[in-house]
Structures are given as structure tokens and as C-alpha cells.
Design a binder for this molecule. Structure first.
Ligand code: FAD
Length: 471
């Protein structure tokens, strides 16, 4: 049987991989990753993290008697070249759901089929295909709770084991990962973030097992405290497909059967990701425009050059929770969920800055950057999204810090200024940021860029007049 090309994208795993299982059942498999525009346009941290994931995945394939072939260029051209070089008769891949990927993949599929090849896409990035969940009237869900009720009792197929891989008679040439310089845009941040990242499927599976054994029980009660290690930390692995969401679902079901109190809540959170994809697939404008179109008339400050935006990006707003969170993101590539809500509320409400500016900064800095979850998260906080928090619900970063960081651990972990003996993590921020920012831990901690009540009142007044204009 002629080989099958497995075009890997955001599915860098061997277990629970329907496309890989189907390809392996057909005969020999040629695993391929293509550096195309979708990779070139990634933000600095996601691109670096993708490179790390590829390195580890290549090693895992070698250990399984296979290889990862790397090629650069437009996907269709690269695949056609590979087909010509290898005599492959089929190309398989796991589906993606953002509009650019859908458009590219449809063109690739049509071109390959025209050449008489078998071109097939498979599920795996999600538990539920976005078109498989419909309201009783046959439409999309716009509110999370009914979406959850629609899926929570569904049968979800068991996880697939890793297939045995057969190598082709000859391997095509591969480019060298180092030549792609995936971490280039990180400048000196890469080595700092690397200390907080353990890429790859084996790490993902070990972390999920540890979460299930030690954290799932108290997940609901502890998940909101940013200083605690209480959540699964699965988002980064899901982003690159180093674990499948179906493995999380089944882990939660097992946890529930064992009587773990937090298991159901964990499954609900996993379903938030599904919901984000459902929204993005049915209404792609979620990604770059106010989901509620009437919000186009809101008086957002839409200018990244504003001094307050720079202070926010650099974790120098003078609001400890906001600054700690933005520094956490710069150093680790991740940010606690509660902190994400607080920094997003502060930017879009106290500073009245357009959510797209914050969304873009997250896209640059998050190693778990996910188009759907990021856009939904920002629009949810800003008030412009479906099922969003109302704009007048303004998080107070001071009371949030008192409530969720009562002993100041999170603050000390990330803010060095003003401390007699700053923590190692707080100091590492200054090692990670570009020198051109001119920051040092010896500087005074900044005064607030806006008074909390002043910012809040300005936002609420703008919201009132916006509502009046809407009639
Ligand atoms: P856990 O609490 O252990 O949850 C398990 C999994 O459930 C997560 O890995 C994630 O896949 C999913 N999940 C949990 N909460 C959410 C949520 N609110 N929305 C969607 N899925 C969720 N998540 C990303 O993966 N990538 C992003 O780019 C991203 N941007 C965000 C931006 C904003 C403004 C906000 C408010 C939230 C964003 N989130 C994003 C969602 C959430 O903050 C992270 O998924 C979560 O913090 C990841 O940590 P964890 O894996 O330990 O989560």
C-alpha cells in the first residue's frame, strides 16, 4: 500500500488521534508538519512554544520508529510536492475550525481530490463537532448553560491508544527545526519562559494524571486562587494538541465515579472550550469584531500607543493584581483564569481600552493562546460577547486581590519593587522583558495610572450614554 501523509498541525500527539489511527491502519505513514503562513503569523510566545512542541513530538515519533518531516511553504504546494516525492496516495489531518484554517483546508482538500488522492479530515481537536450541537430549533447555542445541558449526558467514545507506526520504504528530506528559529521573536524571554514549560504529550499525560490524583477533588473550591496550584494546566497542551480534550472529559467522568467533588466542575470548564469553538465556528466575527454589533458604537479608546496601554502591557499600572498577572504571563506564558478576568476588566473598563488591544497582547504572550477561548474570554469580560458579563459589572482589582490572594503570596511572587527580599520569580520578570523597556527591580513601584473610582465612574458614564444613544 502506498504511504499516507499525516499532516500534523495542532495535534502533536500519538494517543487518541483518530486521523493517525486511520492512517496507520492503511499502511505506512509519513508524518509531516508544514511551516506556512498560519505558523509565521503566530505571536512570539505561541510560535516559540509550537517549536518546542515540535521538537519533543519529533523525538516521540523517532522513539516510535517514525519521523517528523518538516517543510516550509504554502500547505497545498508542499503537500503536492511530497505526494510527488513519496508516491503517497492519501493525506489525512485533524480538523481546525477558525475561518482561515477552514478556507485553507477546503482548498487543499479540493486540490488533492482533483489529483485523485484520498484527502480526509478527522475530528480530535474537540469533543463535539460544532455542527453536532444544535438547539431544538436547529440553530447554534449563544448561551453556555443550555449548551452544557445539551452535551453533558452525551456518550463520548473511549480514548484511542497510540497506533503502531510503519515507516515508508524511503523517507523524504526534512528541513531542520533550528533553521526555523521559532523562538526568534521572544528575544531574551525564551529561556525564562522555558523554565515554566514542559512541552509534549508525555508531560501532558503525566500532568493530567497528577491533577486527577491530587487536585481534582478540591478543584471547584480552590480554582479561583491564583497563588495556588489548583487547576489542571492543560490549556497549553490542548492548544498544540499534545493531549485531546476527550482525555480530559473521561478523566473527569472517572473522577466523578470515584466521588471527587470537583470532577463535574472540571468537566464544565472543559466544555467552556467546546462552547468557544461552537461560537467561533458559527459566528467567526467573534475573533475580530464586537459579537454584539451594537457595541460598535461604544466609545472604546482604540489606540495601542496610549501610555496606559503601555503600562498595562508592561505590568506597571500601579494596581498590584493587574501587574502581578501581566508579569506572570510574561514570565510563564500563562495567566491564572481569575487574573485574566481581572486584567481584562481593568483594561476594558477602568482604562476603557478596546478589548482587541488586550486580545492581541495575549496572542503575543500566551503559550496557551487559543483563538476561540481568547476571543470569547475578552468579549465575555468586555460585555460585547454572547452570554457576556454586563459591562457595568466592573471587577475591583483591590478587593479581588484581598479576596483571592488573602496572604499576599501571588503579589509577592510577581512584584519585586518595594520588597526587601524580592522573590526569584518576581526578579525573573526583569530578566525576561526587552532591555528597551528600561525596567529594573530597583525602580519605585508606580503610582496607579488611574484612580479606581475615577476609572470606574468614567466607564459607567460612557456606558450610560451609550445605552441612551441606543435608545
Ligand atoms: P482549568 O481550570 O484546569 O480548566 C481545564 C480546561 O478547561 C482548560 O485547560 C481549558 O481548556 C478549559 N477552560 C477553562 N476555563 C475556560 C474558559 N473560561 N474558556 C474556555 N476554556 C476554558 N484559554 C485558553 O486556553 N487560551 C486562551 O488564549 C485563553 N484566553 C483567555 C482570555 C481571557 C480574557 C479569559 C478571561 C480567559 C481565557 N482563557 C483562555 C480561558 C482560561 O483562562 C484558561 O483556559 C485557563 O486559565 C487555563 O488554565 P487550566 O488549563 O489550568 O484550566
Amino acid at each position: 500500500m502506498a504511504p499516507t501523509i499525516l499532516w500534523f498541525r495542532r495535534d502533536l500527539r500519538l494517543h487518541d488521534h483518530p486521523a493517525l489511527t486511520a492512517a496507520a491502519a492503511r499502511g505506512s505513514v509519513i508524518p509531516v508538519f508544514i511551516h506556512d503562513d498560519s505558523v509565521a503569523s503566530l505571536g512570539a510566545a505561541p510560535r516559540w512554544r509550537m517549536g518546542e512542541g515540535l521538537r519533543v513530538f519529533g523525538e516521540a515519533l523517532e522513539a516510535a520508529g517514525s519521523r517528523l518531516i518538516l517543510r516550509r511553504g504554502p500547505a497545498r504546494e508542499v503537500l503536492e510536492e511530497l505526494v510527488a516525492e513519496t508516491g503517497a496516495e492519501a493525506v489525512y489531518w485533524s480538523r481546525l475550525y477558525d475561518p482561515q484554517a477552514i478556507e485553507r483546508d477546503s482548498r487543499v482538500k479540493a486540490a488533492l481530490k482533483e489529483r485523485g488522492l484520498e484527502a480526509r479530515s478527522f475530528p480530535g481537536h474537540l469533543i463535539f463537532e460544532p455542527w453536532e450541537v444544535e438547539t431544538q430549533q436547529g440553530g447554534m447555542y449563544k448561551v453556555y448553560s443550555p449548551y452544557w445541558r445539551a452535551v453533558k449526558d452525551r456518550e463520548v467514545a473511549e480514548v484511542l491508544s497510540a497506533p503502531d507506526l510503519t515507516a515508508p520504504g524511503t523517507w523524504p528530506e526534512s528541513e531542520r527545526l533550528d533553521d526555523w528559529a521559532m523562538g526568534k521573536a521572544m528575544r531574551r524571554g525564551a529561556s525564562v519562559v522555558a523554565e515554566h514549560s514542559a512541552p509534549g504529550e508525555a508531560s501532558a499525560r503525566a500532568k493530567l494524571a497528577a491533577f486527577s490524583a491530587h487536585r481534582m477533588e478540591d478543584y471547584k473550591a480552590r480554582r479561583d486562587f491564583p497563588a495556588e496550584e489548583a487547576t489542571s494546566e492543560m490549556s497549553e497542551y490542548l492548544t498544540y494538541g499534545e493531549i485531546s480534550p476527550r482525555q480530559l472529559w473521561h478523566s473527569a467522568l472517572r473522577g466523578a465515579a470515584e466521588g471527587k467533588a470537583g470532577a463535574e466542575h472540571f468537566r464544565k470548564e472543559v466544555v467552556w472550550r467546546e462552547f468557544a469553538y461552537h461560537l467561533m465556528y458559527h459566528t467567526p466575527r467573534l475573533l475580530d469584531a464586537n459579537w454584539r454589533e451594537d457595541w460598535d458604537g461604544f466609545a472604546w479608546r482604540d489606540d495601542r500607543r496610549l501610555a496606559e496601554v503601555r503600562a498595562w502591557e508592561q505590568g506597571r499600572t500601579g494596581m498590584a493584581f493587574v501587574d502581578a498577572a501581566l508579569r506572570e504571563m510574561y514570565v510563564t506564558g500563562r495567566m491564572h483564569n481569575r487574573a485574566r478576568m481581572v486584567v481584562a476588566s481593568y483594561l476594558t473598563k477602568h482604562l476603557m481600552v478596546h478589548w482587541r488591544i488586550g486580545q492581541a497582547w495575549f496572542e503575543e504572550c500566551l503559550t496557551d493562546w487559543d483563538p476561540a477561548s481568547n476571543a470569547m474570554g475578552w468579549q465575555w469580560v468586555a460585555g460585547s460577547g454572547p452570554d457576556a458579563a454586563p459591562y457595568f459589572r466592573v471587577f475591583n482589582p483591590e478587593t479581588q486581590l484581598e479576596k483571592f490572594d488573602p496572604d499576599g503570596t501571588y503579589r509577592r511572587r510577581w512584584i519585586a519593587e518595594g520588597q526587601a527580599r524580592p522573590t526569584k520569580t518576581a526578579l525573573s520578570y526583569f530578566e525576561a522583558v526587552p532591555e528597551s523597556w528600561g525596567l529594573s527591580p530597583d525602580m519605585a513601584y508606580p503610582e496607579p495610572v488611574v484612580g479606581l473610582s475615577e476609572g470606574r465612574e468614567r466607564a459607567l458614564a460612557a456606558y450610560e450614554s451609550f445605552k441612551q444613544e441606543q435608545g
